[in-house]
Design a protein around this ligand. Structure first.
Ligand code: 1PR
Length: 523
């Protein structure tokens, strides 16, 4: 029996699913005594250091946790569960951590996109039971903006390179805590969890590992999901967002089965987009929540879900906030949520005053779950102009002229699945969303969607160069070489495709084989 400390934020379902997959049962902590009764305690954390410490204090968990840790009983902390062990964090100045490990938690101060999101390596510094069997060439999934800085080096278990060499896990007696997420790191992550569950003894030798590690470019499989005309929930795919063929919604497979297949094929992340979410309220559309729950039982890489994340009033006058919707998605197994239409409306409001209100879905969700959990999905379309003076929006000079030979274009944001164009451009939208707390941009392109003609490099460079958060390139992938092109010609951290995977034209393995020697990837 494994005891899980769930203080109520973020996706603990994945940790529970991973432990259950390894044949153990999980008991959740309901009161302070449960902590002292534990044999092996797992403390996964996502979100904000301040809100975590406040909740631990409110629930009276701080002292029992300290006692448990001081008694050197088996403990595995994950992400914020690592930060909690330290004295303080720059994320919440003035609040005390558990102080079991002398040192601080600092924000990344580097010239790279923050949060650090994705698959990176580990440089192993000492022998450990939890990392037993690691060869040193594995990659693990990270998602964080802060990293720990212990006062003494003897607790450092691994380091990882991202602009700087930071401490990516610590070990002190029977206490191990990782910055990376084993429950989201595929088979090698499950192996780490298994070592902890079995209380594996330390390896005698430390594997020789690369001192400098590299963040891998991520390949993401995207599943656009909706009900077809027979009421079945299907994965579909549009051509420039038109998902109907001869009147029927294209049916390319079942969401849970396809997601599992892509995980097994090596996808680094899975994204579900509930494409009718702007119309249907997701909390009534329970099949989507069920899809997420069932997927997270078998898929141990990050899951993002988008569609319908906004405030809503139902037919009985009951109101739900975007945060309620997001919380339900996180509880059901999502690691990140993606906001589309609502982000455009939020940015329109922001541009009227230039002031944050603290009330938008982006601000509220990132406040509770952390920036890394909030993706903004942009659905732009090109608007051509003959000269930059013809619009107030930032234009690019394009090598693909418009229908009347126009040499310039701007990228108009749309809402409701591309049905309605708004007076906001993609570059401004991305910048404002970053200011409001978004942690990542999913950059679609309606002109390229489903065309197999390659990513819109001009759009991607315009947006990526305007923000410091990671950007996912999306729309238009038609062959493995298109991924190489987008990674060589832009600085995006990841690339997403749908049609070529669903139609089985290019398997994920072929994309990775093409990138293997030229771009850092997760093997
Ligand atoms: O507006 O918050 O409810 O979110 C709705 C979400 O659903 C948005 O993220 C929006 O992008 C998406 N969406 C809405 N309608 C459609 C549609 O296709 N009719 N799908 C749609 C958008 C875009 C991509 C696609 C890539 C790659 N899908 O994610 O998967 O373009 O395709 P490709 O590789 O086949 O070219 P809200």
């Amino acid at each position: 029996m494994i005891t899980l400390l769930d203080y109520g934020a973020g996706n603990v379902r994945s940790v529970v699913n991973a432990i259950c997959r390894l044949g153990e049962t999980v008991k959740t902590v309901f009161c302070a005594e449960d902590i002292m009764r534990a044999d092996r305690l797992v403390f996964p954390g996502v979100g904000n250091f301040g809100s975590m410490i406040r909740i631990l204090n409110d629930k009276g968990y701080v002292e029992p946790l300290k006692d448990y840790l001081k008694a050197d009983r088996p403990f595995l902390g994950i992400c914020l569960g690592l930060h909690a062990l330290f004295e303080e964090s720059e994320e919440a100045p003035g609040l005390k951590g558990l102080g079991i490990i002398p040192g601080k938690v600092r924000r990344f101060d580097i010239d790279l996109a923050v949060p650090h999101i994705g698959w990176n390596g580990i440089h192993i510094k000492q022998s450990s039971g939890v990392l037993s069997g690691c060869m040193g060439n594995e990659k693990f999934y990270f998602v964080h903006s802060y990293h720990v800085v212990p006062d003494k080096t003897d607790v450092i278990l691994t380091t990882t390179t991202y602009g700087i060499d930071f401490v990516s896990s610590i070990k002190k007696g029977n206490i191990t805590a990782t910055q990376f997420h084993p429950e989201k790191s595929g088979q090698q992550g499950l192996d780490v969890l298994k070592n902890f569950l079995e209380l594996k003894k330390s390896d005698k030798t430390v594997p020789e590992t690369q001192e400098k590690t590299l963040l891998a470019k991520r390949i993401i499989a995207c599943l656009d999901v909706r009900s077809n005309d027979h009421g079945d929930l299907v994965v579909t795919k549009g051509d420039q967002y038109d998902v109907r063929e001869k009147g029927d919604v294209r049916n390319l497979g079942k969401p849970v089965d396809l997601a599992r297949q892509y995980y097994e094929d090596g996808a680094d992340e899975i994204t579900f987009l509930n494409i009718t979410g702007f119309r249907d309220f997701p909390l009534e559309d329970m099949p989507m929540i069920d899809v997420l729950k069932r997927t997270s039982e078998n898929v141990f890489v990050p899951l993002t879900i988008g569609g319908g994340i906004r405030d809503y009033t139902d037919k009985f006058g009951k109101t739900y906030s975007a945060l309620d919707v997001a919380s339900e998605y996180f509880r059901s197994g999502a690691d990140k949520i993606s906001i589309g239409s609502d982000a455009v409306l939020i940015v329109e409001d922001y541009l009227k005053t230039g002031k944050k209100t603290g009330k938008s879905s982006i601000e509220k969700i990132s406040d509770v779950y952390g920036n890394q959990a909030v993706v903004v999905s942009i659905d732009p379309r090109r608007v051509y102009v003959a000269s930059p003076e013809q619009t107030t929006h930032p234009v690019i000079e394009t090598v693909f002229p418009g229908p009347n030979g126009e040499k310039y274009c701007w990228y108009q944001c749309t809402i409701k699945g591309g049905r309605e164009g708004r007076d906001v451009d993609a570059v401004t939208l991305a910048k404002v969303c970053e200011t409001l707390g978004a942690g990542e941009i999913l950059l679609n392109c309606i002109d390229r969607d489903g065309t197999n003609s390659g990513f819109d490099i001009e759009l991607i460079n315009a947006v990526k160069n305007a923000v410091t958060i990671p950007v996912i390139a999306s729309s238009g992938a038609g062959c493995a070489e298109h991924f190489l092109e987008v990674f060589e010609q832009t600085h995006v951290e990841s690339a997403l495709a749908a049609g070529i995977f669903h139609r089985k034209e290019v398997p994920i393995g072929e994309v990775k084989a093409c990138l293997k020697t030229k771009v850092e990837i997760r093997p």
